[in-house]
Design a protein around this ligand. Sequence first.
Ligand code: ZN
Length: 225
Amino acid sequence: MISIQTFTVGMFQVNTYLVTDTATGASAIVDTGESHELVQRLQALDPAPDIQMILLTHGHIDHAGALTFLQEVWDVPTYMPRDEQPLFQTLPIQGTMFGFPQLNRPCGRIDHLVDDGDSVQLGETTLSFLATPGHTPGQGCWYDDAEILVGDTLFSGSIGRTDFPMSDPALMKRSLLRLMELPGHLRVHSGHGPVTTLDKELRTNPFLGFVRKAKGMPAGRGMDW
Ligand SMILES: [Zn+2]
Protein backbone atom coordinates (compact mmCIF):
# COMPACT_ATOMS: atom_id res chain seq x y z
CA MET A 1 0.00 0.00 0.00
CA ILE A 2 1.19 3.52 -0.77
CA SER A 3 0.33 7.01 0.38
CA ILE A 4 0.70 9.91 -2.03
CA GLN A 5 1.54 13.54 -1.28
CA THR A 6 1.10 16.06 -4.08
CA PHE A 7 3.36 19.07 -4.63
CA THR A 8 2.17 21.44 -7.33
CA VAL A 9 5.25 23.40 -8.35
CA GLY A 10 6.85 25.81 -10.78
CA MET A 11 5.55 28.11 -13.48
CA PHE A 12 3.68 25.24 -15.20
CA GLN A 13 1.90 24.25 -11.95
CA VAL A 14 2.87 20.64 -12.55
CA ASN A 15 1.84 18.01 -10.02
CA THR A 16 4.86 16.20 -8.62
CA TYR A 17 4.45 13.40 -6.12
CA LEU A 18 6.02 11.85 -3.07
CA VAL A 19 4.90 8.22 -3.09
CA THR A 20 5.50 6.35 0.17
CA ASP A 21 5.24 2.64 0.89
CA THR A 22 3.22 2.71 4.10
CA ALA A 23 4.74 -0.52 5.46
CA THR A 24 8.38 0.62 5.36
CA GLY A 25 8.35 4.39 4.77
CA ALA A 26 10.38 3.99 1.58
CA SER A 27 9.56 6.89 -0.75
CA ALA A 28 9.84 7.72 -4.43
CA ILE A 29 9.69 11.13 -6.07
CA VAL A 30 7.58 11.09 -9.23
CA ASP A 31 8.42 13.95 -11.63
CA THR A 32 10.39 17.05 -10.73
CA GLY A 33 9.01 20.40 -11.85
CA GLU A 34 11.47 22.73 -13.60
CA SER A 35 12.57 24.83 -10.60
CA HIS A 36 14.12 24.39 -7.14
CA GLU A 37 10.66 24.47 -5.56
CA LEU A 38 10.22 20.70 -5.13
CA VAL A 39 13.65 20.34 -3.47
CA GLN A 40 12.75 23.10 -1.01
CA ARG A 41 9.31 21.69 -0.23
CA LEU A 42 10.66 18.17 0.31
CA GLN A 43 13.48 19.48 2.50
CA ALA A 44 10.88 21.27 4.65
CA LEU A 45 9.12 18.00 5.50
CA ASP A 46 9.44 16.83 9.11
CA PRO A 47 10.20 14.00 9.55
CA ALA A 48 12.42 13.90 6.48
CA PRO A 49 11.15 11.39 3.91
CA ASP A 50 13.25 8.30 3.15
CA ILE A 51 13.68 8.98 -0.56
CA GLN A 52 15.00 5.90 -2.35
CA MET A 53 14.32 6.58 -6.01
CA ILE A 54 13.17 9.10 -8.61
CA LEU A 55 10.66 8.05 -11.28
CA LEU A 56 9.85 10.10 -14.36
CA THR A 57 6.63 9.87 -16.35
CA HIS A 58 8.07 11.76 -19.31
CA GLY A 59 10.73 14.20 -20.42
CA HIS A 60 9.01 17.59 -20.73
CA ILE A 61 10.73 20.40 -18.80
CA ASP A 62 7.93 20.72 -16.27
CA HIS A 63 8.21 17.01 -15.41
CA ALA A 64 11.96 16.37 -15.73
CA GLY A 65 13.68 19.77 -15.82
CA ALA A 66 14.65 19.85 -12.12
CA LEU A 67 16.17 16.36 -12.09
CA THR A 68 19.71 17.63 -11.50
CA PHE A 69 18.51 19.85 -8.61
CA LEU A 70 16.94 16.78 -6.94
CA GLN A 71 19.92 14.53 -7.62
CA GLU A 72 22.27 17.03 -5.95
CA VAL A 73 20.32 16.38 -2.73
CA TRP A 74 19.06 12.81 -3.20
CA ASP A 75 21.61 10.77 -5.12
CA VAL A 76 19.23 7.87 -5.76
CA PRO A 77 18.49 5.54 -8.69
CA THR A 78 16.46 7.31 -11.36
CA TYR A 79 14.08 5.57 -13.75
CA MET A 80 12.78 6.87 -17.06
CA PRO A 81 10.80 5.31 -19.94
CA ARG A 82 13.27 4.07 -22.56
CA ASP A 83 11.38 5.57 -25.50
CA GLU A 84 11.50 8.99 -23.85
CA GLN A 85 15.23 9.36 -24.51
CA PRO A 86 14.93 11.45 -27.71
CA LEU A 87 12.74 14.02 -25.93
CA PHE A 88 14.69 13.92 -22.65
CA GLN A 89 17.88 14.69 -24.56
CA THR A 90 16.32 17.98 -25.71
CA LEU A 91 16.12 19.34 -22.11
CA PRO A 92 19.07 21.70 -22.68
CA ILE A 93 17.07 23.38 -25.50
CA GLN A 94 13.45 22.61 -24.52
CA GLY A 95 13.05 25.95 -22.77
CA THR A 96 13.97 27.69 -25.99
CA MET A 97 11.60 25.42 -27.97
CA PHE A 98 8.67 26.39 -25.70
CA GLY A 99 9.63 30.09 -25.65
CA PHE A 100 11.30 30.13 -22.21
CA PRO A 101 15.08 30.03 -22.84
CA GLN A 102 15.68 30.70 -19.13
CA LEU A 103 14.23 27.22 -18.49
CA ASN A 104 16.85 25.32 -20.49
CA ARG A 105 18.12 22.59 -18.16
CA PRO A 106 20.87 19.96 -18.08
CA CYS A 107 19.61 16.39 -18.48
CA GLY A 108 20.48 14.82 -15.17
CA ARG A 109 21.42 11.19 -14.76
CA ILE A 110 19.22 8.28 -15.79
CA ASP A 111 20.21 4.98 -14.16
CA HIS A 112 17.47 2.70 -15.46
CA LEU A 113 15.47 2.79 -18.68
CA VAL A 114 12.09 1.07 -18.35
CA ASP A 115 9.85 -0.64 -20.87
CA ASP A 116 6.18 -1.53 -20.83
CA GLY A 117 5.53 -4.20 -18.19
CA ASP A 118 8.62 -3.42 -16.10
CA SER A 119 8.26 -2.76 -12.38
CA VAL A 120 10.22 -1.27 -9.47
CA GLN A 121 10.15 -2.36 -5.84
CA LEU A 122 9.47 0.42 -3.32
CA GLY A 123 9.64 -1.13 0.15
CA GLU A 124 6.90 -3.77 0.11
CA THR A 125 5.08 -2.15 -2.83
CA THR A 126 5.55 -3.12 -6.45
CA LEU A 127 5.05 -0.20 -8.82
CA SER A 128 4.35 -1.34 -12.38
CA PHE A 129 5.09 0.64 -15.51
CA LEU A 130 2.58 1.00 -18.34
CA ALA A 131 3.90 2.65 -21.51
CA THR A 132 1.34 5.17 -22.80
CA PRO A 133 3.09 7.02 -25.65
CA GLY A 134 1.26 9.72 -27.60
CA HIS A 135 1.68 13.00 -25.67
CA THR A 136 5.40 12.20 -25.96
CA PRO A 137 7.28 9.26 -27.55
CA GLY A 138 7.77 7.38 -24.28
CA GLN A 139 5.29 8.82 -21.77
CA GLY A 140 4.26 6.22 -19.21
CA CYS A 141 2.31 5.55 -16.01
CA TRP A 142 3.35 4.08 -12.65
CA TYR A 143 0.73 2.14 -10.67
CA ASP A 144 -0.09 -0.33 -7.92
CA ASP A 145 -3.45 -1.97 -7.17
CA ALA A 146 -5.07 1.26 -5.94
CA GLU A 147 -3.28 4.30 -7.39
CA ILE A 148 -1.91 5.30 -10.78
CA LEU A 149 0.35 8.23 -11.64
CA VAL A 150 -0.28 9.07 -15.27
CA GLY A 151 1.83 12.14 -16.05
CA ASP A 152 0.23 13.97 -18.97
CA THR A 153 -1.57 10.91 -20.40
CA LEU A 154 -4.93 11.66 -18.79
CA PHE A 155 -6.41 14.57 -16.84
CA SER A 156 -9.69 15.03 -15.02
CA GLY A 157 -11.98 15.84 -17.97
CA SER A 158 -9.18 16.08 -20.51
CA ILE A 159 -6.08 14.42 -21.98
CA GLY A 160 -2.50 15.45 -22.69
CA ARG A 161 -1.85 17.55 -25.76
CA THR A 162 -0.91 15.69 -28.93
CA ASP A 163 0.12 18.68 -31.03
CA PHE A 164 3.71 18.92 -29.82
CA PRO A 165 6.59 18.14 -32.23
CA MET A 166 7.16 14.60 -30.87
CA SER A 167 3.48 13.83 -30.14
CA ASP A 168 1.44 11.18 -31.98
CA PRO A 169 -2.38 11.26 -31.73
CA ALA A 170 -2.80 7.72 -33.14
CA LEU A 171 -0.40 6.34 -30.52
CA MET A 172 -2.25 8.35 -27.86
CA LYS A 173 -5.55 6.68 -28.76
CA ARG A 174 -3.99 3.24 -28.52
CA SER A 175 -2.46 4.18 -25.15
CA LEU A 176 -5.76 5.47 -23.74
CA LEU A 177 -7.48 2.24 -24.84
CA ARG A 178 -4.82 0.25 -22.96
CA LEU A 179 -4.97 2.53 -19.90
CA MET A 180 -8.73 2.02 -19.72
CA GLU A 181 -8.21 -1.74 -19.54
CA LEU A 182 -6.83 -1.27 -16.01
CA PRO A 183 -9.24 -1.60 -13.05
CA GLY A 184 -11.71 1.32 -12.96
CA HIS A 185 -11.27 1.91 -9.22
CA LEU A 186 -7.68 3.12 -9.68
CA ARG A 187 -7.27 6.65 -8.36
CA VAL A 188 -5.66 8.78 -11.07
CA HIS A 189 -2.93 11.27 -10.14
CA SER A 190 -2.28 13.47 -13.18
CA GLY A 191 0.52 15.79 -14.17
CA HIS A 192 -1.87 18.73 -13.87
CA GLY A 193 -5.22 19.22 -12.12
CA PRO A 194 -7.20 17.24 -9.54
CA VAL A 195 -7.35 13.55 -8.63
CA THR A 196 -9.91 11.43 -10.45
CA THR A 197 -10.53 7.72 -11.12
CA LEU A 198 -10.26 5.67 -14.30
CA ASP A 199 -13.93 4.77 -13.97
CA LYS A 200 -15.08 8.39 -13.69
CA GLU A 201 -13.00 9.39 -16.73
CA LEU A 202 -14.28 6.43 -18.73
CA ARG A 203 -17.85 7.54 -18.05
CA THR A 204 -17.47 11.32 -18.41
CA ASN A 205 -14.24 12.42 -20.13
CA PRO A 206 -15.22 14.12 -23.42
CA PHE A 207 -12.02 12.90 -25.11
CA LEU A 208 -12.75 9.23 -24.39
CA GLY A 209 -15.84 8.75 -26.58
CA PHE A 210 -13.82 6.42 -28.82
CA VAL A 211 -12.95 4.27 -25.78
CA ARG A 212 -16.60 4.09 -24.71
CA LYS A 213 -17.52 3.08 -28.27
CA ALA A 214 -14.84 0.38 -28.31
CA LYS A 215 -16.28 -0.98 -25.07
CA GLY A 216 -19.87 -0.95 -26.38
CA MET A 217 -20.89 1.93 -24.09
CA PRO A 218 -22.87 4.98 -25.24
CA ALA A 219 -20.31 7.42 -26.68
CA GLY A 220 -22.00 10.31 -24.87
CA ARG A 221 -21.09 13.93 -25.26
CA GLY A 222 -17.63 14.39 -26.57
CA MET A 223 -14.93 15.52 -28.82
CA ASP A 224 -13.71 13.84 -31.98
CA TRP A 225 -9.98 14.13 -32.27
ZN1 ZN B 1 4.10 16.93 -20.89
